[in-house]
Design a binder for this molecule. Structure first.
Ligand code: HEM
Length: 352
């Protein structure tokens, strides 16, 4: 007589998950994440990544209609805004998400700094983060130039002068490097391929190191053995919810405050201000000339790179790191004050 074996009934969804896991190893994503990392502060890196993906998606759309030939670049941006279906909206989402990404990356950096999360064994990942932050600034700068209006043109003019201060090391910005390819076209390639490609490559290493080291312990309850843990997929779900709020916010801004595009540029005048995240450097330029931009940004990045080498104090709680925390606050305050000073100033001429 044949016997029947009772097998527990599994839902279609669970079986589909097994089929996918066997091929793609997706269940590896369910590794445990400690409870203290499940809040907004510890999700800022994930949100920065979400902003990056929104920028890539909207950037691919814009690239279909943008023409980097200097004679028509400005007109092609106008065409995106006035003649392409949803062009004004997508451009607005790209513009506001770029600024959101800068803010999120800066807040993530501050979270990592003030919770001492860059300390051993995460020093290399801090340096990878600093490199990504520099690339985010590079993407913002090249993005400003692409619209090829007065603001973009003046930003590039500043950049060319600074490259000259570097002598031979600024060769990439020399129009003679590729006589048959306008600099604007090379900047476009940097903006749409080189910089995002580098960010994505570094992000892959950043993520692998986070997985390898695990998320850093809470500064107040270090290595708490009894701390509740959740699968990483739950953490991802929470980041997804925050990302939807981010998308809604940039969507509203794109409708309510769409970015403008000025007229084609006039050479030899300085009448615009750059995007606000560059303002602190421009106050330094107003005070000590073009070298101020170089010294200011050089000093900031030198300090950021030095952080894990200089701060050898193993403590993570801010109260037990008074020198590092005071220095961090000092640099932050200086940047905020210099930014406000530029907000209150009218643009002045600096270039020869
Ligand atoms: C610009 C793009 C960046 C992306 C997409 C990114 C993404 C992430 C993500 C998803 C995490 C996991 C924990 C969290 O979300 O807080 C993380 C952790 C970390 N990030 Fe970033 N990050 C970026 C920039 C930076 C910067 C600018 C720094 C510092 C200079 C940095 C340093 C670190 C360190 C040291 C960790 C490990 C911290 C821990 O375990 O608590 N990252 N990053």
């Amino acid at each position: 007589m044949a016997t029947t074996v009772d097998t527990p009934k599994r839902s279609r969804r669970a079986r589909a998950a097994d089929v996918l896991d066997e091929r793609l190893g997706l269940k590896a994503l369910q590794y445990p994440v400690p409870e203290h990392a499940n809040n907004l502060g510890w999700s800022l890196g994930g949100l920065t990544a979400a902003a990056l993906f929104i920028l890539i998606a909207t950037g691919i759309f814009l690239t279909q209609f943008y023409n980097p030939t200097p004679e028509v670049a400005n007109a092609s941006v106008r065409q995106i805004v006035t003649g392409v279906w949803a062009g004004r909206f997508i451009r607005g989402v790209h513009y506001w998400t770029a600024q959101a990404m800068y803010i999120l990356a800066a807040l993530h950096l501050l979270r990592v700094f003030f919770t001492g999360s860059y300390k051993r064994p995460r020093e290399a990942n801090w340096l990878i983060g600093v490199s990504m932050f520099a690339l985010v600034i590079g993407a913002l700068f090249t993005g400003t130039v692409l619209k090829w209006d007065q603001e973009g043109f003046e930003a590039l003019a500043h950049n060319l002068e600074i490259a000259r201060l570097f002598g031979g090391a600024g060769f990439w910005f020399d129009p003679k490097l590729a006589a048959n390819v306008p600099l604007l076209e090379r900047l476009t390639v940097a903006h749409i391929a080189i910089i995002p490609g580098l960010i994505l490559g570094l992000f892959a290493i950043h993520g692998m190191l986070i997985k390898r080291h695990g998320i850093s312990p809470s500064p107040t309850v270090p290595d708490e053995p009894g701390e509740v843990r959740e699968p990483f997929t739950h953490h991802l779900r929470r980041i997804g919810a925050f990302a939807l709020i981010l998308l809604a916010a940039v969507g509203v801004l794109a409708v309510v405050r769409p970015p403008g595009v000025g007229a084609t540029p006039i050479e030899g005048i300085e009448i615009t201000k750059p995007l606000w995240m560059f303002w602190w450097m421009f106050t330094l330029e107003n005070k000590i000339g073009l070298k101020g931009i170089l010294y200011g940004s050089g000093a900031l990045f030198a300090l950021l790179i030095a952080v894990p080498f200089v701060d050898r104090n193993p403590q993570r709680w801010w109260r037990k790191r008074p020198v590092a925390v005071a220095l961090g606050l000092l640099v932050l305050t200086a940047i905020v004050v210099l930014t406000i000073m530029e907000a209150l100033t009218t643009p002045a001429s600096h270039l020869g």
